[in-house]
Design a protein around this ligand. Structure first.
Ligand SMILES: Cc1cc2nc3c(=O)[nH]c(=O)nc-3n(C[C@H](O)[C@H](O)[C@H](O)COP(=O)(O)OP(=O)(O)OC[C@H]3O[C@@H](n4cnc5c(N)ncnc54)[C@H](O)[C@@H]3O)c2cc1C
Length: 418
C-alpha cells in the first residue's frame, strides 16, 4: 500500500524491514533506508512498483505494491546496531517498530474531527430539508434524524477530550511498550468501530445526497475505513490485546470510579470472558479459544474504551479543559446512554435497569441534548471544513448549475431543491 510510484515527480525513500543475513548467519528483521526512485521518475535498481487503481473515498494517493530484488545498498543503509543475542534482536525489532503504536493513536484521533464535521453536515442538511404536506416540516424534527446526529456530535466531543487524555497517558508511558499498545489499541478500536457504524448510518440519513463524495460524509467514512486497516487492522489489535490481558501479561489502566455504570459493565464482561477462558481446553491458540473468545475481543476492548472515554470526558467536565471541545452534562449523559444501549442485555440480566428504564433513559438523554443541538450543528469553527453543497439551498443551486445537463426543445431547466 505505501505510495512508492514515480507519479509524484519527486524522489521517494522507504524504510524497508528485511531479514539481515551476514555470512550465512541470521541477525533478525532489520530496518534499511532504501531509495525507491529519483526525481526524474527512474526506479532504483532492483525496485519494482505496481500502481493500484484509485481507492474509492480517498483523495488521490498512489497506493502501490512494492517489491525488491537484489537491491544494492551501502552498509550505512542499515538502521540501528548489529547485536549478538536473540533477545537483543527481538528488542531491536520492537524498538524499530515502536512508531507504529504512535501511528495507531495519532491517526485514530482524526475520527473525533470527522464525526464533528459529518454531524454538522447531516444536521445542517436536516434542518433545511422539509417534507410533508400541506405544512412541510424540517426532517430534523424526527427523532430518527436528530437522535443519530446528537449522538454523533456527543461522541465527537467525548472522543476529542479522550484523545487529549490518551496522548498525555501515552507520553507518560514512553518506554513501556505494552502500555503504549493498550492506550493506542483501545483508543483505535473503540473510536473507529463507533465511527464506521455511525457514519454508515449517517449516509443513509442524508438520502441520495449522502451517497456522493462531494457531500463529504461518505468520503470521510471510507477514508477512515482505510485508517482502520492501516497500522494494523483493529480486529487483529483487539484479538492480541484480549489474549494478552486474559493471559495476565498486562492490564488496562484501572477504573477511577469502579461504581460508574460503564466501569461495572467493563468489569462484568471481562469477568465473563475470564470464566469462559478458564473453562476452555487448548489454551489461547486452541480451537475453543478461536470459537468462543475471538468474537468477544472487539466488544471487550470497546467496553474498556467506553469506560476510559467516559472518565476522560467526566474529568474535562468537572475540571474544565483548556483544550478540546467543551464538555457538558448533556453530552456526557448521551454518550453514556449510547454505550449502554450497545449491550442492553447485560444491564437487564444483572438487575441494574429494566428494559423500559433503559429505553426511557435513552429518550431523555436525546431530548436533553436538543436545546444544545442547533448551536453544535451551526458551530462556526467547523464552517471552513464544510464544502458539501447539500447544506445550503444556494450552494446546492450553484453546484447543480455546474453539472452537465441536456435539454430537449421546450424543456424546463431543472432547479436544485433541498
Ligand atoms: C490506507 C492504507 C495505507 C497503508 N500503508 C501501508 C504502508 O505504508 N506500509 C505498509 O507496509 N503497509 C501499509 N498498509 C497495509 C496494512 O498494514 C495492511 O493492510 C494491514 O496490516 C492489514 O493486512 P492485510 O491488508 O494484508 O489484511 P489481512 O491480513 O488479509 O486481513 C483480512 C482479514 O483477516 C483478518 N485477520 C488477519 N490476521 C488475523 C489473525 N491473526 N487473527 C484473526 N483474524 C485475522 C483481519 O481481521 C481482516 O478481517 C496500508 C493499508 C492501508 C489500508
Amino acid at each position: 500500500m505505501p505510495p512508492s510510484s514515480p507519479h509524484a515527480g519527486m524522489a521517494r525513500t522507504a524504510v524497508v524491514f528485511a531479514q539481515l543475513v551476514v555470512a550465512g548467519k541470521h541477525h533478525g528483521i532489520r530496518p534499511f533506508v532504501v531509495p525507491l526512485n529519483d526525481e526524474s521518475g527512474a526506479m532504483s535498481r532492483g525496485v519494482s512498483c505496481t500502481l493500484f487503481p484509485g481507492r474509492p473515498g480517498a483523495k488521490a494517493i498512489d497506493h502501490s505494491s512494492t517489491s525488491f530484488t537484489n537491491v544494492p545498498l551501502p552498509a550505512g543503509a542499515l538502521l540501528g546496531r548489529m547485536s549478538g543475542s536473540l533477545e537483543d534482536e527481538r528488542w531491536a525489532f520492537l524498538h524499530a517498530i515502536h512508531r507504529v503504536t504512535v501511528g495507531t493513536l495519532c491517526l485514530s484521533t482524526s475520527n473525533a474531527t470527522v464525526l464533528r464535521v459529518s454531524g454538522c453536515i447531516a444536521g445542517r442538511y436536516s434542518a433545511q430539508r422539509r417534507v410533508g404536506a400541506p405544512k412541510a416540516v424540517p426532517i430534523i424534527s424526527f427523532s430518527t434524524q436528530h437522535g443519530p446526529i446528537a449522538r454523533i456530535l456527543a461522541h465527537a466531543v467525548v472522543f476529542d477530550n479522550w484523545a487529549l487524555e490518551s496522548t498525555q497517558m501515552f507520553m507518560a508511558s514512553l518506554g513501556k511498550l505494552d502500555m503504549l499498545n493498550v492506550i493506542g489499541g483501545v483508543y483505535k478500536a473503540t473510536v473507529l468501530s463507533y465511527t464506521q457504524k455511525a457514519l454508515s448510518d449517517l449516509v443513509d440519513r442524508c438520502g441520495w445526497q449522502g451517497l456522493y463524495a462531494h457531500n463529504q460524509i461518505s468520503e470521510l467514512w471510507l477514508a477512515e475505513k482505510g485508517n482502520s486497516i492501516a497500522e494494523g487492522d483493529f480486529v487483529v489489535l483487539c484479538i492480541r490485546l484480549t489474549s494478552e490481558i486474559l493471559l495476565g501479561r498486562y492490564a488496562p489502566p484501572k477504573a477511577r470510579d469502579a461504581q460508574s455504570l460503564l466501569a461495572r459493565h467493563e468489569t462484568g464482561v471481562w469477568e465473563e470472558a475470564r470464566q469462559i477462558f478458564a473453562s476452555l481446553k487448548g489454551g489461547h491458540r486452541g480451537p475453543e479459544f478461536n470459537a468462543r473468545i475471538l468474537p468477544l475481543s472487539l466488544p471487550l476492548v470497546q467496553a474498556t474504551g467506553q469506560r476510559m472515554a467516559y472518565e476522560a470526558a467526566k474529568y474535562a467536565l468537572v475540571h474544565g479543559s483548556a483544550h478540546g471541545l467543551t464538555m457538558t452534562p448533556q453530552v456526557l449523559d448521551l454518550f453514556e446512554c449510547t454505550c449502554i444501549m450497545e449491550d442492553p442485555s447485560w444491564y437487564v440480566e444483572n438487575g441494574i435497569m429494566s428494559r423500559q428504564e433503559l429505553l426511557n433513559r435513552n429518550v431523555n438523554a436525546v431530548e436533553n441534548m436538543l436545546p444544545l443541538l442547533g448551536e453544535m450543528i451551526n458551530d462556526e469553527a467547523v464552517d471552513a471544513f464544510i464544502v458539501a453543497p447539500m447544506v445550503k439551498e444556494d450552494r446546492l443551486a450553484s453546484f447543480f448549475s455546474s453539472l452537465p445537463s441536456f435539454h430537449g426543445l421546450g424543456a424546463d431547466i431543472i432547479r436544485a431543491k433541498l
